[in-house]
Write a protein that binds this ligand. Structure first.
Ligand code: SD4
Length: 290
């Protein structure tokens, strides 16, 4: 079966996923589609976990992490980026225009400036207000499902059958200064192999990194598991090694080269979007806890 175009993304990001799907339908390469898709959320100030409007760290600063992968297996990532919202595109610049895979902080910001990215304040009136409220009793307690709006990871298969992916976030709200999560870590927040398929993650980044979740899923698919079976196994890996799993969310979605998709999470409430045959639908993944 020849698959594609297909786009899937974490959480309820209908507009982002449709944008990616429409790029694919227009014959654009998967990498263009995933970046255009996630940019919808990087620009949406209502999303408190991605780009502009993202929650700050506990010192009040918004810092973004993102990565991308293309069908050739090339990848790029940026971490701890201030003042530039389009970090998935910036990760692409790292991939395509530098000899490196990952740039952090000032170095990444200088690259953004050099490539004409728009410099802007990422803290909004709303996110500043929420931060000031949080400061009144500053407790670090990541929320499990932020109204089905959170980090966006997007995977796509284009008309040529090639797979690309992107993942972008402001990280966990009120994280420690300097904290970097899974979303920019190739193999954790995102991994793909154009021969096999791809996976992206959302939720408690520390747990995703400890189990290298997205890489695990792709390798399980390589061994013959379906995307659904592979996602289930990756969630199982997390809960087996951490008895505290009731207190955090981890969710994965995956697709294989044939266009099959799957998703799994710890806590019910996470969903993913799937665009195929010019239609976008919401999919309920499997879950461990109600
Ligand atoms: C992180 N995984 O920085 C991201 C945050 C996230 O649902 O996905 N929240 O750990």
């Amino acid at each position: 079966k020849k698959s594609g175009p297909i786009a899937i993304c974490t959480w309820g990001f209908v507009d982002a996923n449709k944008t990616a799907g429409q790029f694919l339908d227009a014959g654009k390469p998967a990498l263009d589609a995933v970046i255009a898709g996630v940019q919808v959320e990087e620009d949406d100030i209502r999303n408190t976990t991605v780009g502009k409007g993202g929650a700050p760290d506990r010192s009040g600063e918004v810092t973004l992490d993102a990565c991308v992968m293309n069908p050739d297996g090339d990848c790029g990532a940026v971490v701890y980026v201030k003042d530039y919202a389009h970090v998935a595109q910036l990760a692409r610049i790292v991939m395509e225009e530098t000899p490196h895979v990952m740039l952090a902080g000032e170095g990444a910001e200088e690259l953004a400036e050099r490539y004409g990215f728009k410099k802007e304040t990422l803290l909004t009136e709303q996110s500043e207000k929420a931060y000031k409220e949080w400061l009144k009793s500053p407790e670090y307690k990541p929320i499990i499902n932020i109204e089905n709006h959170d980090t966006i990871g997007l995977l796509a298969i284009d008309k040529f059958g090639d797979i690309a992916g992107a993942c972008t976030t402001s990280g966990l709200s009120y994280k420690m200064k300097g904290r970097v999560g899974d979303s920019a870590i190739i193999g954790s927040g995102l991994f793909l192999d154009n021969e096999i398929g791809g996976a992206v993650a959302t939720g408690m980044g520390e747990e995703i990194m400890k189990t290298v979740g997205s890489f695990l899923i792709v390798e399980l698919m390589r061994q013959g598991k379906t995307p659904q079976e592979a996602c289930d196994e990756a969630v199982k890996r997390v809960i087996e090694r951490n008895p505290n799993y009731k207190n955090f969310q981890v969710a994965y979605i995956a697709l294989d080269k044939q266009g099959n998709t799957g998703g799994a999470c710890i806590h019910k409430g996470f969903t993913y979007e799937k665009y195929e045959n010019e239609e976008n639908t919401r999919v309920q993944p499997s879950h461990i806890l109600n």
